[in-house]
Design a protein around this ligand. Structure first.
Ligand SMILES: Cc1cc2nc3c(=O)[nH]c(=O)nc-3n(C[C@H](O)[C@H](O)[C@H](O)COP(=O)(O)OP(=O)(O)OC[C@H]3O[C@@H](n4cnc5c(N)ncnc54)[C@H](O)[C@@H]3O)c2cc1C
Length: 579
């Protein structure tokens, strides 16, 4: 569309402001206002080049009733959904699907969703004779192709009062990328990627070897692209996370973080449409307050990211340790976790990072040679060998080689309705005998329910620039990011959901009590994290709030437990359970 015509249309959308604000509220659906709203949507669709679409739940083809009305099920389409229900590379292509499907549903209501049974997606009890509902999925979305699409949506929201949400790859554990009755900006189509060995952030002197991505590029694609230019990008433990979206905005841990830092330590420039409708370039030399906020402030609250640039490392040789055994004696697992607690501080000092879940450890080290890696892992290797487990300590030529061999087959599950609660476990816990004993005791308490998921992915050895990022400083002196979980099923009742959330909360509180003054990870925190401002940002919160007020004085972009959050009683959060 020619620039002048486009500007005119943006002005027209904004001009609806007066007319609509006077007579139209999205919750005041008189015939007249409905027509006006329809016209506003039509104008918006025209402005964004016909890329406004209506959403349907992924699972709808399996159902014979939709929103209370009979519909024809489509058995072929249903079979495709069933076959791929837990495949992230399938889910990520569908607007009406989220990695944690409970966020497709309106959890606060007894039955307002469209889920299959994630344990057996062909289970007819989930869909035969059941009504499929749109639930918490935004009814309309824009397939964003440019900053001007975002500007049009912001103007539309200001004019009509329709709230906005931002979805990229749909991995959010706290439901921040869905939202009942919202207009969603789906940024998955912003998927450019390029490499510049001398990338210079606008207005700065320094140059970096950097990769620039649109938010929609899959993490696995970033790894492959980086490898193809002999570089390494530090990123998450999953194929389909949006590397340049929610991942880095909330902090971004990697099992290489102990040596190379968090994603927020590595981003050097962000292009973002702020809620006031301006496309800004934020880096250390311009809009630096916004840049600080985008380095850990989290979610879409500071704007919609169009592109971001991230420092790379040369291709690195990786020592990988992959250990697994089948617990037989009743205290095998407890002993294993005790060993993990006792070894982890030393491993972090040696540059190891990785995951521990149940009787499985996957760790990598970019600093040690092979002999030193074997010596360092010996206590764990001996433990697993004594139980006839599987032991691999090997050298791999690159991060991509490690990722393809070990991560794609063993990454965190999607499809089941998982809830997490997390805590950063400080170094001080690991360096005192009493601290280790207390942590071991707490882990043991949780084992009968579910093995804690340990991410050894804090920036333990990384020398971060002072006050440059806005994540809680607790990241900087922790050894573990520990998570515990609860799980819903497709038919879990509202009362049961409350019980599960409350149970998770009670168990997590004990880890909070063990670690006073520490924090939690914004992207993987408890949905109902108490005092979330302190947990996610610590002393950085007042500065973040000031930045939020500067760029979003009207509070146009809001998300659950984000900076400047309007609170649980805001209508935007009608689908969250009140505990
Ligand atoms: C299976 C799985 C594995 C994971 N592994 C890791 C890991 O190894 N390391 C790690 O650190 N985290 C991990 N996470 C957490 C993950 O980093 C976060 O869920 C992250 O927010 C995902 O970003 P997304 O863009 O893919 O998700 P979305 O759900 O689409 O978005 C998440 C949040 O970011 C906002 N957002 C997305 N795109 C934009 C944009 N363009 N502009 C502004 N705001 C935007 C959304 O509004 C929402 O608030 C994992 C999550 C899952 C489900």
């Amino acid at each position: 569309m020619p620039g002048a015509l486009h500007s005119l249309l943006l002005t027209l959308v904004a001009a609806l402001d007066v007319a609509l604000a006077l007579s139209l509220s999205p919750r005041n659906t008189t015939v007249q206002s409905t027509q006006q709203l329809l016209s506003a949507y039509q104008l918006l669709n025209f402005t964004v080049g016909g890329r406004l679409a209506s959403a349907v739940p992924l699972e709808k083809p399996c159902f014979s009733s939709y929103e209370g009305k009979p519909v024809a099920a489509n058995s072929a389409a249903c079979a495709a959904v069933q076959a791929n229900y837990t495949d992230p590379t399938f889910r990520v292509t569908q607007f009406g699907a989220y990695m944690l499907p409970q966020w497709e549903t309106c959890q606060a209501q007894a039955s307002n969703g469209c889920l299959l049974d994630s344990n057996d997606p062909t289970n007819p009890l989930a869909f035969q004779g059941a009504d499929c509902r749109l639930g918490n999925i935004p009814p309309h979305y824009i397939k964003v192709k440019s900053a001007s699409d975002v500007q049009a949506a912001l103007a539309f929201s200001r004019s009509t009062g329709i709230r906005l949400s931002v979805k990229n790859k749909g991995h959010d554990y706290k439901g921040r990328s869905s939202g009942k009755d919202t207009l969603s900006l789906w940024t998955t189509g912003l998927n450019s990627i390029s490499h510049n060995a001398k990338f210079k952030p606008t207005g700065c002197q320094a140059t970096y070897d950097a990769i620039t991505v649109g938010p929609g590029v899959l993490t696995q694609d970033v790894y492959e692209f980086a490898d193809s230019v002999n570089r390494t990008v530090i990123g998450g433990y999953h194929q389909t996370i949006g590397f340049g979206g929610g991942y880095f905005l909330g902090g971004g841990h990697s099992i290489l973080s102990p040596v190379y830092g968090l994603a927020v330590d590595r981003v050097v420039q962000v292009k973002v449409v702020t809620p006031d409708g301006v496309l800004r370039t934020a880096n250390a030399c311009q809009n630096s307050d916004l840049f600080f906020a985008l380095r850990g402030g989290g979610g879409s609250t500071f704007g919609v990211v169009i592109e971001s640039s991230h420092r790379t490392e040369p291709r690195i040789t990786i020592q990988a340790s992959v250990l697994r055994f089948t617990p037989s004696a009743s205290d095998d697992l407890a002993e294993w976790y005790s060993l993990m607690v006792n070894q982890s501080h030393g491993w972090a000092q040696a540059g190891w990072g990785g995951h521990i879940v149940g009787p499985t450890l996957v760790h990598v080290n970019p600093l040690l040679n092979h002999t030193a890696a074997q010596a360092s892992m010996k206590p764990a290797v001996d433990f697993v060998t004594a139980r006839n487990g599987s032991v691999v300590v090997e050298e791999l030529p690159s991060w991509l080689a490690f990722f393809n061999k070990y991560v794609t087959m063993a990454q965190a599950a999607v499809g089941p309705e998982l809830e997490l609660g997390t805590r950063l476990i400080p170094t001080s816990v690991f360096t005192s005998e009493a601290g280790r004993a207390a942590l071991i005791a707490l882990i043991k308490e949780n084992l009968p329910i579910a093995s804690p998921y340990i991410v050894a992915g804090t920036p333990f050895n990384f020398k971060a620039e002072t006050n440059a990022t806005s994540v809680t400083p607790a990241w900087r002196n922790s050894v573990w990011h520990l998570s515990i979980k609860a799980q819903f099923e497709y038919n879990t009742t509202l009362a049961e959901r409350k019980t599960l959330y409350n149970g998770l909360e009670t168990r997590l509180q004990k880890f909070r009590d063990l670690t006073p003054g520490s924090g939690a990870y914004f992207n993987e925190g408890d949905v109902y994290e108490p005092d979330h401002e302190t947990s996610y940002w610590g002393a950085n919160y007042p500065k973040l709030l000031a930045v939020k007020r500067k760029y979003d004085p009207e509070g146009l972009l809001d998300c659950w437990q984000c900076v400047g959050w309007k609170g649980a009683s805001d209508p935007l959060y009608q689908c969250y359970v009140s505990l």
